[in-house]
Design a protein around this ligand. Sequence first.
Ligand code: NDP
Length: 395
Amino acid sequence: MPKRPSRRDLIAAAGVTAALATTAKAQPKAKETAMPASDHVGFAIVGLGKLSLTQLIPALKKTKSAKLVAVVSGHPEKARKVAAENGLPADAVYGYDDYDRIAKDPRIQVVYIVLPNALHAEHTIKAFKAGKHVLCEKPMATTIADAEAMIAAAKAAQRQLMIAYRCHYEPMNLDVMRRLRSQSLGKVRQINTTMGRQADPSDPSDAWRLDLKLSGNGALGDMGVYGVSAARYLLNEEPIAVQAWAQTDRSDPRFKETEDLINWQFRFLSGVIANGSTSFNYAATMAFEAICEQGRLVADPAAFYGGNRLTVVEGGQAQPPVPAPAGDQFAREMDWMADVVRGKAPMVSPGEEGLQDMRLMEAILESAAKDGATVKTDWGYRRAVDPAKVVDAKA
Ligand code: NDP
């Protein structure tokens, strides 16, 4: 049988780093951390898996403000090799057992958590106890209690907690947000998001994603979270209710513990409806569409690492697709975090954003378990900073 294409097989690596906005307002003050002699902000990468090795560490060669200064891994040989390849000294390699020693390492200001989802909370909280800022991969955690504990730990330490929502910093997504805010095609009526792929249980990176304890909820937290988040940032509004349905073939060995196909429908006070879908058993897709009164914005792909493409359909006519400007999303995101730490940029994707998506995903699963029963979701959360207003904002 031919090997199923993974998401990564289908994702093109992105090109050069794009410039960050310098127009952003000053960040509310977090406690200052000792700055190293260099004016770069030092990043430690925790977990040397696929994302770290194929995207983040290469992106740290293109960043303007962020710099790789340490690695944390359970495999010392791999870690030493990665450190040597990246010009790091031997004492910049940590294991999980001596991770707490980072407290004494002034080179490290930001700890970037790139571990299986269930390990995010523990390593984030330890990093705050060590006095570091944290950039944490999505989904933020596997339980709401863990997500809340991460936010509380950041507050107690007076340090920044940013969730690595790269689409908040990606030019095509920002372009769509701005077009929708300007109502150039009239008001938005409907959003559709489809985020999924085929999971490959023989790939260790997917094996933990199919394990309920390590991933939290399978495809929903891994891929669906992009759609949950996109509906919210496209509209700059929060859902007031959700209905959801799941379709899972339990005879497929991949889905012993997690759901496979999940479809949901968010309702918003403005009257917009957002349909979302995720699966670990359909062809790779990361796309969304915004249907407005006078036209449609079709982003397909919308959230690949590179090669995202927007088609504007107006008066029934599709205009030539607009390719996303060249740039490395991960470099942009890490530079943004570095600027937040230096007080040069506002926090756009704080822990509260990750928590909101966690709560909405729990509501989706609750509704799906009740075969589409309505679950109310207007618990009062409002985004503090609209990415469309600050990221790459024109002066
Ligand atoms: P991988 O499985 O490829 O890497 C995870 C790494 O974590 C491992 O290589 C290992 O590194 C370390 N680790 C520590 N404990 C365990 C354990 N019990 N089981 C497995 N690994 C362990 O995962 P990814 O790199 O694909 O994903 C990591 C995180 O990044 C996830 O939260 C994921 O959701 C997120 N992600 C985000 C993406 C984005 O676009 N923003 C894209 C892909 C992933 P070591 O050997 O060094 O200890």
